[in-house]
Write a protein that binds this ligand. Structure first.
Ligand code: ADP
Ligand code: TRP
Length: 322
């Protein structure tokens, strides 16, 4: 089976964009690939210096992903920092990373432009990402568009290393899911934490109602027919509906006699019902943290076994005694 690996930044509450843009695809990959998913907490350290928050975010990410259907029996699910070999490889790879390669990284330039301190770790972020990928011989790396360049940097580093030492590393490919639509936020722009326009998956019913109520619509009168094509409420409903349900909703739009308030209410119910099982699981894990730690331990054990063997070959190749 193809080895597929992806990392997730632990950065707080998850929203509908995260679920339909990334997590759902990961769930689908669990049955068809040898899937590795890890919580990239070392990466999060590059832009977060609140210890308690980082610990909390790491645990939250574990709980949230498990609740949303990442199955540790099918997927190697672990925290990045639980397999220390990744830091050793990061250092080794640094010697095969031309400065120019990192200087061209958009993500670094964007983050600095946003006001994040230009630390060395922020600059060398792609090298750690290369270590994440190359340590486990990942063949495919599913990522969002903003991460393509990082996988290309990984490929460049792997090729440079292989040219020097023989075929030690698998040269990975990125995978973008072209079928995934951008999920709009309440203001119609791309849903994103940084735009403050998210609909969060694990919020209270009251908060959900309030957020859905804020979705921007046009001002067509209640009794008049409505256009579903550019409607944000419709676009969000679509995520949850099958073909025939979608046709029914279109008919309701065309028919008029219902206001956006009704469609928002419908959307709220769709969201709330869809994540019911996930909410229950989350409640369970919150009350059984020992199980969460155990799952992370098991994942780290599986990952470590591969990492340790790989590191031995790498040390040997570059001349580190043992
Ligand atoms: P945010 O923009 O809220 O910070 P992240 O950058 O942490 O979200 O995104 C994590 C994952 O979720 C990425 O793989 C990204 O492609 C996906 N994602 C985030 N927002 C959306 C969206 N609005 N539509 C589709 N996918 C999204
Ligand atoms: N940089 C990725 C992001 O911000 C997270 C990540 C870290 C990752 N290491 C990785 C993704 C390795 C894929 C493979 O989303």
């Amino acid at each position: 089976m193809t080895r597929v690996l992806t990392g997730i930044q632990p950065s707080g509450a998850l929203h509908l964009g995260n679920y339909f843009g990334a997590i759902k695809q990961m769930k689908d990959l669990q049955d068809s690939s040898d899937l590795f998913i890890f919580i990239a907490n070392y990466h999060a350290l590059t832009s977060l210096n609140d210890a308690e928050l980082l610990k909390q975010n790491t645990l939250d990410a574990a709980i949230n992903f498990l609740s949303l259907g990442i199955d540790p029996d099918k997927t190697t699910f672990y925290a990045q920092s639980d397999v220390k070999e990744v830091l050793e490889l990061y250092w080794v790879l640094s010697s095969y990373t031309p400065m120019g390669l990192l200087e061209r990284a958009h993500s670094y330039k964007d983050k600095v432009a946003k006001g994040i301190a230009p630390n060395h770790s922020l600059f060398s972020y792609p090298v750690l990402m290369a270590a994440d990928i190359l340590l486990y011989d990942a063949q495919i790396v599913p990522v969002g568009k903003d991460q393509i360049q990082h996988v290309e940097i990984t490929r460049d580093i792997a090729i440079k290393f292989n040219n020097a030492h023989g075929d030690i590393f698998v040269v990975p490919e990125y995978k973008i899911d072209e079928n995934v639509a951008t999920v709009p936020g309440v203001d119609g722009a791309k849903m994103s934490k940084s735009y403050g326009n998210t609909i969060d998956i694990f919020c209270s019913q009251k908060a959900l109602k309030k957020t859905v109520g804020k979705i921007v619509t046009d001002s067509t009168a209640l009794e008049d027919p409505k256009e579903w094509r550019d409607c944000n409420v419709f676009a969000l409903c679509k995520l949850f509906l099958n073909e025939s349900e979608l046709e029914e909703l279109k008919a309701r739009y065309k028919n008029g006699k219902e206001g956006y308030g009704h469609f928002k209410m419908y959307l709220k119910e769709l969201i709330w019902d869809y994540f019911e099982e996930a909410r229950e699981k989350r409640e369970y894990y919150l009350n059984h943290m020992d199980e969460v730690y155990e799952i992370l331990d098991d994942g780290a054990k599986k990952a470590s076994k591969i990492a340790k063997e790989k590191m031995k070959k790498i040390r040997d190749a570059v001349g580190i005694l043992r």
